[in-house]
Design a protein around this ligand. Structure first.
Ligand code: 5GP
Ligand code: ZN
Length: 119
């Protein structure tokens, strides 16, 4: 994978291993690890190793990487035992969504009945 990391990016540091994380998956282009402040019994984060700040910053060249990241999310959710019970895959993009880490990531949330988005 292309080493394009930002020195001040938290998730780039997790990719590089300079900040520890409880990793559950890693390959040449994607890493997944436990969220440090879980919002559900299972709360994992799946990220491309390449630094992309938000969904807004994805380009056509990233399509294979994005597809692969989502398939890794599916695989990790299955490995966490969520395939049958279900899970939520969330991307927060920008301030109205509450994005706080500006390195593209998806949350995998599950292990309980999650609050409805449209109650
Ligand atoms: P966002 O709001 O940007 O979509 O979510 C960022 C997530 O990263 C939050 O759920 C937060 O708990 C998690 N997070 C923040 N700092 C760390 C960290 O140092 N390690 C891990 N594993 N997760 C973190
Ligand atoms: Zn980054």
């Amino acid at each position: 994978w292309e080493a394009r990391s930002l020195p001040d990016c938290l998730f780039c540091k997790i990719v590089e291993g300079t900040i520890p994380a409880r990793k559950v998956f890693e390959d040449e282009s994607v890493v997944a690890f436990h969220d440090i402040q879980p919002q559900a019994p299972v709360h994992l984060l799946v990220i491309p190793k390449k630094h992309i700040a938000t969904m807004n910053d994805c380009e056509a060249d990233d399509s294979a990487l994005l597809g692969h990241t989502l398939l890794v999310a599916q695989r990790i959710a299955k490995e966490a035992g969520l395939a049958e019970s279900g899970y939520r895959l969330v991307n927060n993009c920008g301030s109205d969504a509450g994005q706080v880490v500006f390195h593209l990531h998806w949350h995998i949330l599950g292990g309980e009945k999650l609050a409805a988005l449209n109650p």
